[in-house]
Design a protein around this ligand. Structure first.
Ligand SMILES: C[S@@+](CC[C@H](N)C(=O)[O-])C[C@H]1O[C@@H](n2cnc3c(N)ncnc32)[C@H](O)[C@@H]1O
Length: 328
């Protein structure tokens, strides 16, 4: 079932919302809330790799972003089109603005409780930051994103977009541990190769994330001149917690979320010479069947961080090198 038409990144991102809601680190969220409360409205927010736009509605529903001017940046037009649809549905009759149907566009939500303007921008983050360095954002957010990019290259460009000393919130950063229960004999080999693949991923000539992004951020952020205010784990834990003992099932669309995770591993490791093909096919088949029966438990270790951008451009320091075993 590798790369089958049943799989959709947009559906995966919507299914991920309830998993993220449980996972987001509460003390880090509290620190973010305190920082947001100190910002003069309307708050100018830049969200990197924004996907289907669930963070805008999450922050507004929490009551922390009543007046905001958002830029949602993502290179995937289909996700941004779904973000516009999600925001229009969420905004209901308070919604305005338009879209070119191709990702870019603006959605506004204005009523007694909300004054939000959301610009949807389809672009690669490095290209966009290179040409938008003069924008003085009040807050930068990235959820489940920094483990997909070269953080060392990103941070200096990002700090030029954020007003000095303003807050950042980087959440759901993968940190090197994937666990499936019940355990299968092939798990250790599959996970080692899956994580190694993350460390070797290159896109557009750049390193595209790594398997220990979470812990490395704790060094890279201060190394770039930023100040860390807090950090904590935000592990995804997905259980068949709905239904009864006789008919266990996953809440919301989390069965789909799990199928998508297993399919992502299938795609990443198909053709991997050190895995015997039929044994790997049996492994992924067993995992899909466990999901269908409500037996699979999935844990991914992740970290959230909150902090403040460098207080002045002169505070920029070179990031310390991150040494990854097996890489030159
Ligand atoms: C795992 S998804 C997370 C989406 C959203 N933040 C969420 O948590 O639901 C990562 C997103 O980053 C986007 N992305 C990855 N690399 C990017 C890049 N270099 N520039 C812009 N967007 C990128 C992908 O298109 C995808 O929508």
């Amino acid at each position: 079932m590798v790369g089958g038409p049943l799989y959709s990144d947009v559906r995966y991102l919507h299914a991920k919302r309830s998993v993220d809601d449980r996972a987001l680190n509460r003390p880090v969220l509290e620190q973010l809330r305190a920082e947001l409360a100190a910002l003069p409205p309307p708050v100018r927010v830049l969200e990197l790799g924004a996907g289907v736009g669930t963070m805008v509605s999450r922050l507004a529903d929490l009551g922390w972003m009543a007046r905001g001017r958002y830029t949602l940046l993502d290179r995937d037009g289909a996700s941004l089109a779904s973000a516009a649809e999600h925001l229009r549905k969420w905004g209901g009759p308070a919604t305005g603005g338009g879209s070119d149907g191709d990702g870019d566009g603006r959605v506004t939500v204005r009523d007694q409780a909300r004054d939000l303007e959301v610009d949807l921008v389809e672009a690669d983050v490095f290209d966009w930051l290179a040409t938008n360095a003069d924008r003085a954002y009040d807050l930068v957010v990235a959820n489940a994103f920094l483990d997909l990019v070269d953080v060392g290259a990103l941070l200096p460009a990002l700090w030029r977009c954020l007003a000095p000393g303003r807050p950042f919130w980087f959440s759901i950063n993968f940190d090197g541990e994937t666990i499936f229960l019940p355990e299968l004999p092939l798990d250790a080999a599959v996970m080692a190769l899956y994580h190694r693949g993350m460390d070797q991923r290159v896109r557009d000539g750049r390193r595209a994330g790594e398997s220990k992004t979470g812990r490395h951020l704790l060094q890279q952020l201060p190394g770039s001149g930023a100040r860390l205010l807090g950090a904590g784990s935000s592990d995804w834990v997905v259980l068949p917690s709905a239904g009864g003992a006789d008919a266990p099932r996953y809440p919301e669309d989390e069965a789909y979320f799990l199928h998508h995770i297993v399919q992502t591993i299938e795609v990443a490791l198909t053709g991997e010479r050190s895995l015997e093909a039929s044994a790997f096919a049996a492994w992924s088949d067993a995992r899909h069947r466990q999901i269908e029966r409500g037996e699979l438990i999935y844990i991914a270790h992740q970290l959230d961080v909150v902090g403040l951008a460098p207080s002045s451009p002169s505070a920029f320091l070179p990031a310390p090198p991150i040494l990854i075993p097996g890489r030159p």
